[in-house]
Design a protein around this ligand. Sequence first.
Ligand code: SF4
Length: 271
Amino acid sequence: MEVNPEKREKLKNFYFSIKDCRKCSLGNTRMNFVFGGGNSNAAIVFIGEAPGKNEDLQGKPFVGQAGKILDSLLESIGFVRSDVFIANVLKCRPPQNRDPEISEINLCKGYLFKQLEIIDPAIICTMGRYSTRLVLETDQGINTLRGKVFRIGSRIIIPINHPAAALYTPSRLQLLKDDFIRIKTVFDKISQRGLQASGKEISIDIIPAENISGQALKSVDLQTAQDSGKISAGNEKKEQENGRPAGAEADKKVPADLKNVQGGSRQLGLF
Ligand code: SF4
């Protein structure tokens, strides 16, 4: 993946403009702000939920056990982290890895959208419930949406389980492997034919995102009181949905490695 100095500079400047954010209470409890990392010119952006314990300690996304699974899935389709960009819906860790609150998502989501605007990826891969609901503007569950490919404008959206789901439900690893093969198929076709490739050309059904029913996550701006600040989990088990259950057992297996992410693009994990 080629480096784009202009995008890298924009992303770096954006990082410095928001890294001290305290718009929500998570800014007071975090160890480190986790901006995200990878290629500022990536064709694929992966979006998770929020930093966990290790991410909070290191200031980097997906550095725990879930990150190892993500790395191996990327490797399985011939990619490394510096080929893609990885970010989260929230930039700061919710205490005890609790679910993000809607008020937090609404305060933080603009940062993610700005990152997407700068990187301008052809493919957005949402990992788990929160990023999928935010990007596709639906309250449908990830288990309903994964396995399908959506389009918003010229951009392709591919919802998958959060990699951590495989830690708790091993059968999900095969689903993730299947999903990564689908991601690679779409990526290859787009690379060959340009962003305007239709579903027919890709040999995969591509569903216009506006055809998804369900309530848009962003519309809950007006419903925080009614929802008591929580996104409905529906009937699906949390670990199956977002793969990041409270307590983050996965994180406990990885020794803490205190690092900060100040400085230039390399130190920020930007390529
Ligand atoms: S979670 Fe987002 S909105 Fe809240 S303090 Fe962190 S960067 Fe700011």
